[in-house]
Design a protein around this ligand. Structure first.
Ligand code: NAD
Length: 250
């Protein structure tokens, strides 16, 4: 069913995955722009650096709810399938826009989180690190906004709107080595993250899009699968295994 994708994975030498919020929706974490996305309920400004500065209490009301959801979530078959591909030697790394840590929980080892992670926090003033679980406990005990000993407001280690993207240079360096990318569960609209699949395509590599809705890169993709990541990726792994077994025997 996914012969072309299987063939691309087997014939490429440096395959990577570029993932977005859609890979985690079946783990119970809403995306931003999908049909049940967060921006249908909240205004994107709540995730901005200005909002944190001006309304730290409301910022944490929004973020602590998100954090609790993320901590309770488990990896789904899509995260596990990518980890399996890495173990099979058919995926060099996952570059993710997600901040939920589910790729690592699902078994992926080489993960670049270009928008940071919810699992850690730090003081906005003195940069003292905190575990996000500790910060949630402060909020539970009535300390909102959560404050560092120095008096600074604690914030999550995530890239907020209005801030530069972490590790984008490293992600683009990896993209420049890759000859195939699986873009999964991402609207491919967030800049500069969306340069990753673009660079690979521009360098003559292959682009496969697996997303429930249209994306701006569908036109230049070698293959577009408009279906759920958690259904498609395990099937690709099964097809890869049967192909490798058949070829191994023959
Ligand atoms: P996005 O919300 O812009 O797009 C998600 C896409 O995934 C949509 O096009 C949607 O149709 C598709 N989708 C939803 N469920 C799917 C499924 N089961 N299978 C396949 N596709 C599915 O998300 P984005 O492109 O990642 O970019 C927006 C930002 O969202 C990122 O910066 C990221 O930091 C942030 N974000 C992350 C999380 C998370 O960590 N899980 C959650 C929400 C938002």
């Amino acid at each position: 069913m996914y012969e072309k994708i299987v063939e691309y994975l087997l014939s490429s030498s440096y395959q990577i995955a570029f993932t977005g919020a859609g890979i985690s929706t079946s783990s119970g974490i809403p995306d931003f722009r999908g049909p049940n996305g967060l921006w249908k309920v909240y205004s994107p400004e709540v995730a901005s650096v200005e909002f944190l500065r001006e309304n730290p209490k409301s910022f944490w009301e929004f973020y602590s709810t998100r954090m609790r959801g993320l901590f309770e979530a488990s990896p789904n078959p899509a995260h596990k399938a990518l980890a399996e591909m890495e173990r099979m030697g058919l995926l060099k790394c996952v570059i993710t826009q997600n901040i939920d840590g589910l790729h690592q929980k699902g078994g992926s080892r080489n993960v670049i989180e270009i928008h940071g992670t919810m699992t850690r926090s730090h003081c906005s003033d003195c940069f003292e690190p905190f575990k996000s679980e500790e910060v949630l406990k402060m909020i539970d005990s009535g300390q909102n906004p959560p404050l560092c000993k120095c008096g600074g407001v604690i914030r999550p280690d995530v890239v907020l709107f209005g801030e530069p993207v972490k590790e984008i240079e490293r992600a683009l360096e990896i993209a420049s080595m890759a000859d195939m990318v699986l873009a999964i569960g991402t609207s491919l609209t967030v800049y500069p993250a969306n340069l990753v699949p673009r660079v690979i395509k521009e360098n003559g590599g292959r682009l496969v899009v697996i997303n429930m809705e249209e994306t701006p890169l569908d036109d230049i993709a070698d293959e577009v699968i408009r279906d759920k990541a958690e259904k498609v990726l395990p099937m690709i792994v099964e097809e890869l295994k049967s192909k490798i077994n058949v070829n191994g025997k023959s």
